[in-house]
Design a protein around this ligand. Structure first.
Ligand SMILES: [Ca+2]
Ligand SMILES: [Ca+2]
Length: 325
Protein backbone atom coordinates (compact mmCIF):
# COMPACT_ATOMS: atom_id res chain seq x y z
CA UNK A 1 0.00 0.00 0.00
CA UNK A 2 1.10 3.52 -0.73
CA UNK A 3 -0.15 5.97 1.89
CA UNK A 4 -0.71 9.63 0.97
CA UNK A 5 -1.56 12.44 3.35
CA UNK A 6 -4.74 14.29 2.38
CA UNK A 7 -4.66 16.89 5.17
CA UNK A 8 -2.80 16.94 8.51
CA UNK A 9 -3.79 17.89 12.04
CA UNK A 10 -4.15 21.63 12.56
CA UNK A 11 -5.56 22.10 9.06
CA UNK A 12 -7.57 25.24 8.44
CA UNK A 13 -10.79 25.79 6.51
CA UNK A 14 -12.93 23.69 8.81
CA UNK A 15 -16.52 24.91 8.98
CA UNK A 16 -18.53 24.35 12.15
CA UNK A 17 -21.86 25.18 13.73
CA UNK A 18 -21.98 25.27 17.50
CA UNK A 19 -25.45 26.20 18.80
CA UNK A 20 -28.68 24.89 20.29
CA UNK A 21 -30.01 24.23 16.77
CA UNK A 22 -30.49 20.54 15.96
CA UNK A 23 -29.56 19.48 12.43
CA UNK A 24 -30.74 16.32 10.69
CA UNK A 25 -30.36 12.92 12.33
CA UNK A 26 -27.80 10.25 11.48
CA UNK A 27 -30.20 8.09 9.43
CA UNK A 28 -30.66 10.78 6.75
CA UNK A 29 -27.83 9.80 4.46
CA UNK A 30 -27.04 9.14 0.81
CA UNK A 31 -27.38 5.39 1.30
CA UNK A 32 -30.90 5.67 2.78
CA UNK A 33 -33.04 6.38 -0.28
CA UNK A 34 -36.27 6.72 1.72
CA UNK A 35 -34.80 9.36 4.05
CA UNK A 36 -35.38 12.34 1.79
CA UNK A 37 -31.66 13.17 1.92
CA UNK A 38 -30.86 16.07 -0.42
CA UNK A 39 -28.55 19.06 -0.84
CA UNK A 40 -30.29 20.93 2.00
CA UNK A 41 -28.89 18.35 4.42
CA UNK A 42 -25.78 19.42 6.33
CA UNK A 43 -24.06 16.13 5.35
CA UNK A 44 -24.57 16.71 1.61
CA UNK A 45 -21.50 17.86 -0.42
CA UNK A 46 -23.54 20.71 -1.98
CA UNK A 47 -24.91 21.96 1.36
CA UNK A 48 -24.29 25.71 1.71
CA UNK A 49 -22.14 26.06 4.85
CA UNK A 50 -20.93 29.60 4.12
CA UNK A 51 -22.86 30.93 7.14
CA UNK A 52 -21.02 28.53 9.46
CA UNK A 53 -18.00 29.68 11.46
CA UNK A 54 -14.56 28.87 10.03
CA UNK A 55 -11.62 27.63 12.05
CA UNK A 56 -8.37 25.72 12.28
CA UNK A 57 -8.02 22.39 14.07
CA UNK A 58 -7.87 21.59 16.90
CA UNK A 59 -11.27 23.22 17.43
CA UNK A 60 -12.16 22.87 21.09
CA UNK A 61 -13.46 24.41 24.28
CA UNK A 62 -14.28 25.54 26.76
CA UNK A 63 -10.72 26.95 26.71
CA UNK A 64 -7.67 26.48 24.48
CA UNK A 65 -6.26 23.83 26.84
CA UNK A 66 -9.44 21.89 27.73
CA UNK A 67 -8.60 19.04 25.34
CA UNK A 68 -5.55 17.34 26.73
CA UNK A 69 -3.88 16.11 23.51
CA UNK A 70 -3.23 19.51 21.93
CA UNK A 71 -3.86 23.20 22.29
CA UNK A 72 -6.93 24.47 20.45
CA UNK A 73 -6.20 26.77 17.51
CA UNK A 74 -9.88 27.73 17.43
CA UNK A 75 -11.89 28.13 20.64
CA UNK A 76 -15.28 26.45 20.47
CA UNK A 77 -18.41 27.72 22.20
CA UNK A 78 -19.64 24.53 23.87
CA UNK A 79 -22.71 26.07 25.57
CA UNK A 80 -23.20 27.11 29.17
CA UNK A 81 -22.15 25.09 32.20
CA UNK A 82 -24.79 22.55 33.08
CA UNK A 83 -26.56 23.16 29.79
CA UNK A 84 -23.79 22.46 27.25
CA UNK A 85 -24.62 21.68 23.62
CA UNK A 86 -25.08 17.92 23.15
CA UNK A 87 -23.68 18.16 19.59
CA UNK A 88 -21.61 20.45 17.36
CA UNK A 89 -21.42 20.00 13.57
CA UNK A 90 -18.30 20.20 11.38
CA UNK A 91 -17.61 20.15 7.66
CA UNK A 92 -14.42 20.12 5.62
CA UNK A 93 -13.82 19.66 1.89
CA UNK A 94 -10.70 18.19 0.32
CA UNK A 95 -9.45 17.27 -3.15
CA UNK A 96 -8.57 13.82 -4.47
CA UNK A 97 -7.04 12.98 -7.87
CA UNK A 98 -7.57 9.50 -9.36
CA UNK A 99 -10.19 8.68 -6.72
CA UNK A 100 -10.95 5.32 -8.36
CA UNK A 101 -7.55 3.98 -7.26
CA UNK A 102 -8.10 4.72 -3.58
CA UNK A 103 -8.94 1.66 -1.51
CA UNK A 104 -9.29 3.10 1.99
CA UNK A 105 -9.21 6.26 4.08
CA UNK A 106 -7.45 6.47 7.43
CA UNK A 107 -8.73 9.01 9.95
CA UNK A 108 -6.45 10.06 12.81
CA UNK A 109 -8.72 11.67 15.37
CA UNK A 110 -8.38 13.62 18.59
CA UNK A 111 -11.88 13.60 20.01
CA UNK A 112 -13.91 14.65 23.01
CA UNK A 113 -16.22 12.80 23.41
CA UNK A 114 -18.08 10.85 20.65
CA UNK A 115 -18.63 11.33 16.93
CA UNK A 116 -20.09 10.16 13.63
CA UNK A 117 -18.07 10.83 10.46
CA UNK A 118 -19.74 11.06 7.04
CA UNK A 119 -18.08 11.19 3.61
CA UNK A 120 -20.17 12.81 0.86
CA UNK A 121 -23.32 12.05 2.82
CA UNK A 122 -22.53 8.42 3.74
CA UNK A 123 -21.61 7.33 7.26
CA UNK A 124 -17.99 6.16 7.39
CA UNK A 125 -17.71 5.31 11.09
CA UNK A 126 -18.85 6.29 14.54
CA UNK A 127 -16.96 6.19 17.82
CA UNK A 128 -18.29 6.26 21.37
CA UNK A 129 -21.88 6.76 20.14
CA UNK A 130 -24.89 4.46 20.46
CA UNK A 131 -26.00 2.31 17.54
CA UNK A 132 -28.96 3.29 15.39
CA UNK A 133 -30.32 6.75 14.77
CA UNK A 134 -28.46 9.50 16.62
CA UNK A 135 -30.12 12.89 17.17
CA UNK A 136 -28.73 16.24 18.27
CA UNK A 137 -29.80 15.54 21.86
CA UNK A 138 -27.93 12.23 22.18
CA UNK A 139 -24.84 12.33 24.34
CA UNK A 140 -21.69 10.25 23.81
CA UNK A 141 -21.66 6.90 25.60
CA UNK A 142 -18.90 7.94 27.99
CA UNK A 143 -16.07 10.42 28.39
CA UNK A 144 -13.34 9.81 25.82
CA UNK A 145 -9.62 9.58 26.24
CA UNK A 146 -8.59 12.78 24.49
CA UNK A 147 -4.96 12.64 25.62
CA UNK A 148 -3.92 11.04 22.31
CA UNK A 149 -5.18 10.44 18.78
CA UNK A 150 -6.59 7.16 17.51
CA UNK A 151 -6.67 5.77 13.97
CA UNK A 152 -9.62 4.37 12.04
CA UNK A 153 -9.12 2.83 8.60
CA UNK A 154 -12.28 2.71 6.50
CA UNK A 155 -12.40 0.63 3.29
CA UNK A 156 -14.11 2.42 0.42
CA UNK A 157 -16.94 1.15 -1.78
CA UNK A 158 -17.14 2.29 -5.42
CA UNK A 159 -18.57 5.81 -5.54
CA UNK A 160 -17.73 6.70 -1.93
CA UNK A 161 -14.83 8.91 -2.93
CA UNK A 162 -15.43 11.44 -5.71
CA UNK A 163 -12.97 12.65 -8.33
CA UNK A 164 -12.01 16.19 -7.32
CA UNK A 165 -13.82 17.73 -4.36
CA UNK A 166 -15.04 15.58 -1.46
CA UNK A 167 -16.77 16.63 1.75
CA UNK A 168 -16.41 15.32 5.27
CA UNK A 169 -19.23 16.00 7.73
CA UNK A 170 -18.85 15.22 11.42
CA UNK A 171 -21.27 15.42 14.33
CA UNK A 172 -19.37 15.65 17.61
CA UNK A 173 -21.22 14.85 20.83
CA UNK A 174 -20.35 15.69 24.41
CA UNK A 175 -20.65 13.12 27.20
CA UNK A 176 -23.09 15.31 29.16
CA UNK A 177 -24.45 18.81 29.52
CA UNK A 178 -22.19 19.20 32.56
CA UNK A 179 -18.97 18.33 30.72
CA UNK A 180 -16.31 21.01 30.83
CA UNK A 181 -14.84 20.22 27.42
CA UNK A 182 -15.67 19.36 23.81
CA UNK A 183 -13.39 19.35 20.78
CA UNK A 184 -11.93 17.67 17.74
CA UNK A 185 -9.09 17.53 15.27
CA UNK A 186 -8.73 15.13 12.33
CA UNK A 187 -5.86 14.22 10.00
CA UNK A 188 -6.78 12.27 6.88
CA UNK A 189 -4.70 9.97 4.68
CA UNK A 190 -5.59 7.59 1.86
CA UNK A 191 -4.23 4.28 0.57
CA UNK A 192 -3.66 3.16 -2.99
CA UNK A 193 -2.30 -0.22 -4.12
CA UNK A 194 1.50 -0.21 -4.14
CA UNK A 195 3.45 -0.60 -7.37
CA UNK A 196 1.13 1.61 -9.32
CA UNK A 197 3.02 4.83 -9.85
CA UNK A 198 1.18 6.89 -12.45
CA UNK A 199 3.15 8.29 -15.38
CA UNK A 200 1.20 10.64 -17.61
CA UNK A 201 2.61 10.33 -21.15
CA UNK A 202 2.42 13.49 -23.27
CA UNK A 203 2.94 11.35 -26.40
CA UNK A 204 3.42 7.75 -27.46
CA UNK A 205 6.77 6.53 -26.27
CA UNK A 206 9.08 3.63 -25.65
CA UNK A 207 9.43 3.39 -21.85
CA UNK A 208 12.35 1.61 -20.21
CA UNK A 209 12.07 0.97 -16.49
CA UNK A 210 13.99 -0.75 -13.75
CA UNK A 211 13.43 -1.16 -10.02
CA UNK A 212 15.68 -0.21 -7.15
CA UNK A 213 15.48 -2.23 -3.97
CA UNK A 214 17.73 -0.70 -1.33
CA UNK A 215 21.02 -0.34 -3.27
CA UNK A 216 20.36 -2.86 -5.99
CA UNK A 217 18.97 -2.13 -9.45
CA UNK A 218 17.05 -4.72 -11.46
CA UNK A 219 17.57 -5.41 -15.16
CA UNK A 220 15.60 -3.11 -17.45
CA UNK A 221 12.29 -3.90 -19.09
CA UNK A 222 10.95 -1.93 -22.05
CA UNK A 223 7.56 -1.46 -23.61
CA UNK A 224 6.01 0.80 -26.22
CA UNK A 225 2.96 2.71 -24.97
CA UNK A 226 0.77 4.19 -27.70
CA UNK A 227 -1.78 6.98 -27.37
CA UNK A 228 -2.98 6.17 -30.93
CA UNK A 229 -4.25 2.95 -32.47
CA UNK A 230 -1.49 0.67 -33.74
CA UNK A 231 -1.12 0.81 -37.52
CA UNK A 232 -2.21 -2.31 -39.40
CA UNK A 233 -3.58 -3.36 -42.77
CA UNK A 234 -7.01 -1.90 -41.98
CA UNK A 235 -5.79 1.68 -41.59
CA UNK A 236 -2.47 1.99 -43.43
CA UNK A 237 -1.53 1.72 -47.12
CA UNK A 238 1.65 2.22 -49.15
CA UNK A 239 0.46 5.12 -51.29
CA UNK A 240 3.62 5.83 -53.29
CA UNK A 241 7.00 4.24 -53.95
CA UNK A 242 9.94 6.02 -55.51
CA UNK A 243 12.19 3.13 -56.53
CA UNK A 244 15.37 3.52 -58.57
CA UNK A 245 14.59 7.18 -59.44
CA UNK A 246 15.80 9.05 -62.49
CA UNK A 247 19.04 10.97 -62.36
CA UNK A 248 18.77 14.47 -60.88
CA UNK A 249 18.69 17.26 -63.44
CA UNK A 250 21.53 19.72 -63.70
CA UNK A 251 19.46 22.38 -61.98
CA UNK A 252 18.55 20.02 -59.13
CA UNK A 253 22.19 19.13 -58.68
CA UNK A 254 23.13 22.80 -58.64
CA UNK A 255 20.52 23.64 -56.02
CA UNK A 256 21.41 20.63 -53.92
CA UNK A 257 25.16 21.33 -53.66
CA UNK A 258 27.17 20.28 -51.75
CA UNK A 259 25.20 17.04 -51.42
CA UNK A 260 26.28 14.09 -53.50
CA UNK A 261 23.47 13.54 -55.97
CA UNK A 262 25.21 10.91 -58.05
CA UNK A 263 23.89 8.07 -55.91
CA UNK A 264 20.27 7.98 -57.04
CA UNK A 265 19.36 5.33 -54.48
CA UNK A 266 19.59 7.95 -51.78
CA UNK A 267 16.38 9.44 -53.16
CA UNK A 268 14.27 6.34 -52.89
CA UNK A 269 11.27 6.73 -50.62
CA UNK A 270 8.09 5.00 -49.57
CA UNK A 271 5.00 7.00 -48.75
CA UNK A 272 2.51 5.61 -46.21
CA UNK A 273 -1.02 7.01 -45.79
CA UNK A 274 -3.38 6.66 -42.85
CA UNK A 275 -6.67 5.71 -44.54
CA UNK A 276 -8.50 5.22 -41.22
CA UNK A 277 -10.73 7.61 -39.27
CA UNK A 278 -8.52 7.89 -36.18
CA UNK A 279 -4.86 8.67 -35.49
CA UNK A 280 -2.55 5.69 -35.74
CA UNK A 281 1.03 5.03 -34.72
CA UNK A 282 3.74 3.39 -36.82
CA UNK A 283 5.62 2.00 -33.80
CA UNK A 284 7.18 -1.43 -34.33
CA UNK A 285 5.92 -1.58 -37.91
CA UNK A 286 8.17 -3.49 -40.32
CA UNK A 287 8.16 -4.76 -43.89
CA UNK A 288 7.98 -8.51 -44.33
CA UNK A 289 10.15 -8.51 -47.47
CA UNK A 290 12.60 -6.33 -49.35
CA UNK A 291 13.27 -3.67 -46.71
CA UNK A 292 14.85 -4.26 -43.34
CA UNK A 293 13.34 -1.59 -41.15
CA UNK A 294 11.51 -1.35 -37.85
CA UNK A 295 9.85 1.98 -37.12
CA UNK A 296 9.92 3.98 -33.88
CA UNK A 297 6.77 5.48 -32.39
CA UNK A 298 5.43 7.99 -34.92
CA UNK A 299 1.83 9.25 -34.92
CA UNK A 300 -0.03 9.76 -38.22
CA UNK A 301 -3.35 11.64 -38.22
CA UNK A 302 -6.30 10.48 -40.38
CA UNK A 303 -5.49 11.20 -44.04
CA UNK A 304 -1.94 12.23 -43.17
CA UNK A 305 1.03 10.74 -45.03
CA UNK A 306 4.43 9.67 -43.73
CA UNK A 307 7.57 9.36 -45.87
CA UNK A 308 10.20 6.72 -45.22
CA UNK A 309 13.45 8.07 -46.70
CA UNK A 310 17.10 7.12 -46.68
CA UNK A 311 18.48 10.51 -45.67
CA UNK A 312 16.09 13.07 -44.22
CA UNK A 313 18.18 16.11 -45.12
CA UNK A 314 17.85 15.36 -48.83
CA UNK A 315 14.10 15.62 -48.50
CA UNK A 316 14.12 18.93 -46.72
CA UNK A 317 16.19 20.38 -49.55
CA UNK A 318 14.76 22.70 -52.17
CA UNK A 319 15.15 20.06 -54.85
CA UNK A 320 12.24 18.03 -53.52
CA UNK A 321 9.76 20.76 -52.81
CA UNK A 322 7.96 19.94 -56.03
CA UNK A 323 7.54 16.26 -55.33
CA UNK A 324 4.44 14.95 -57.07
CA UNK A 325 1.49 14.72 -54.67
CA1 LIG B 1 -12.73 15.22 28.22
CA1 LIG C 1 -16.43 16.37 27.17
Amino acid sequence: MAIESVFPFESDQWRYQSSSVALSTSNIVRTNLASGYNSNDWKHPQFDDTSWAEGQGLIGGRTATSINAARANTILDIGSFGNGYPAVYFRKSFEVIDADDVTSLTFSTIMDDGLIVYLNGKEMFRENMKDGTVTYNDFALRSSNETESFETEVPLAPGDLLEGTNTLSIELHNSSGNSSDLGIDVALSLSRPAGEPIINLPESALITARLKLEDEWSATVSGTFLLEHPADASNLVISEINYNPREATLLEKLNAAPLDLENKDLFEFIELTNTGATSINLADLSFTEGISLSLSPYPVAPGERALIVRIGTLFSNDMVRDLPA
